[in-house]
Design a protein around this ligand. Structure first.
Ligand SMILES: Cc1ncc(COP(=O)(O)O)c(C=O)c1O
Length: 397
């Protein structure tokens, strides 16, 4: 450091210690927006990519790099890129797959509401046409794929909120046959239940806001893919700048450490809740892939690992409408009406009011998301307490 003035000392003192010869056990949060090197030649090499290292926060950050390495390892992928939200990650993956004016995309019709709206409104305003299909009907998927030359087929491993299962090996084969990349939203399943890359997916997308973070305190997204595709995504993100902040990356990295423990517990409790709901007189239908009566139970049993079926459930209140659902929501005490999922807390959501509010009612109802449908995200509480809360609220509905 040069300078003896208090003004200079206040700015520079204590900063930029040379690299330590110790390794912190947990990755620190790098809040720096830029990085300096010994000489301009080294900085030039870092810019050129011939020497690894961070340069500028929009190009990459060491805390985010640790999160990306962890998610890539969990998903069995070569590399990952983190984003400021799940939606930003989707946008990135779609651009990475080549969604541009004049090109088409084929997407599952019952994807998360904002994903539907992103394609139906934003991408269509940029002249990217999307064909929405029921991914459980492989013939209609094949037809949609053969009609245009889509750049991507976009599906959710377990769909939100109808809990349909995508037959990833078949869909990957069909997408590749048409020259399309398979983009899989693995938010509901997490790598605990399914690793879509080993089934042929090209991009795996997560809303890390959900199970990866797990504690309801962070917004983020991740795309896992090959090294080559990741490099392309990073070039795009240098221009778009939808980077995840390092504080958020750190929270998600910390959340990941208990992902398997949380998922194990949450899946077990959800299976018990789904079985209980299926017998309840106030419930007319339960969507949970672990129930033998789920139309895709055999596929779910083949595709999902560890004999578990996830911790998301949706169900219809018998004869229910908005008023009855509101009475049910109002009567819940433990289960929180939070507009998210995958947290340690049990959560309830009314898709018609929130996650799928942006869909025109006729489209929403046409894909099976009716006014009586309620979605549950089962947390890590004692399952007996979850059932007691549900029991009281169903009586009140
Ligand atoms: C299945 C699924 N994918 C993507 C998203 C979008 O994620 P984010 O809210 O982190 O942008 C959500 C959000 O609820 C979701 O449920």
């Amino acid at each position: 450091m040069t300078g003896t003035s208090i003004f200079t000392i206040a700015v520079h003192a204590g900063e930029r210690a040379s690299r330590p010869d110790f390794k912190p056990v947990a990755t620190p949060i790098y809040h720096a927006s830029s990085y300096v090197y010994e000489d301009p030649e080294t900085l030039d090499a870092v810019f050129a990519g011939t020497r690894p290292g961070p340069v500028y926060a929009r190009y990459g950050n060491p805390t985010n790099a640790a999160l990306e390495a962890a998610v890539a390892a969990l998903e069995g992928g070569e590399a990952a890129l983190s984003y400021s939200s799940g939606m930003a990650a989707f946008h990135g993956a779609l651009l990475g797959a080549g969604a541009r004016a004049g090109r088409t995309v084929v997407a599952a019709q019952d994807v998360y509401g904002a994903t539907h709206t992103l394609l139906r409104e934003l991408f269509s305003s940029q002249a990217v046409v999307t064909h929405f299909v029921d991914v459980t009907d492989l013939e209609s998927v094949a037809h949609a794929l053969s009609e245009s030359e889509p750049v991507a087929l976009l599906v959710e491993t377990i769909s939100n909120p109808l809990l349909k299962i995508a037959d990833l090996p078949r869909l990957a084969e069909m997408a590749h046959h048409s020259g399309a990349a398979l983009i899989v939203d693995n938010t509901f399943a997490t790598p605990y239940l399914c690793r879509p890359l080993i089934h042929g997916a090209d991009y795996v997308v997560h809303s890390a806001t959900k199970y990866l973070g797990g504690h309801g305190d962070v917004l983020g997204g991740v795309v896992v893919t090959s090294d080559v595709r990741r490099a392309r995504l990073n070039e795009l993100n240098k221009l778009i700048g939808s980077n995840l902040g390092p504080q958020e990356a750190w929270l998600i990295l910390r959340g990941l450490k208990t992902l398997p423990l949380r998922m194990q517990r949450q899946c077990e409790s959800a299976a018990a809740v789904a079985r209980w709901l299926a017998k309840h007189p106030k419930v007319s239908g339960v969507n949970y892939p672990g129930l033998p009566e789920h139309p895709q139970h055999p596929l779910a049993a083949r595709l999902l690992e560890r004999g578990a079926f996830g911790a998301m459930i949706s169900f219809d209140l018998r004869g229910g409408d908005r008023t009855a659902v509101f009475r049910f929501l109002g009567a819940l005490g433990l289960i929180l009406p939070g507009t998210t999922l995958g947290d340690v807390y049990s959560l309830v959501l009314y898709p018609a009011m929130s996650s799928h509010r942006s869909l025109p009612p006729e489209i929403r109802q046409g894909i099976g998301i009716g006014d009586a449908l309620v979605r549950l995200s089962i947390g890590i509480e004692d399952p007996a307490d979850i059932l007691a809360d549900l029991g009281e609220a169903l009586e009140a509905a």
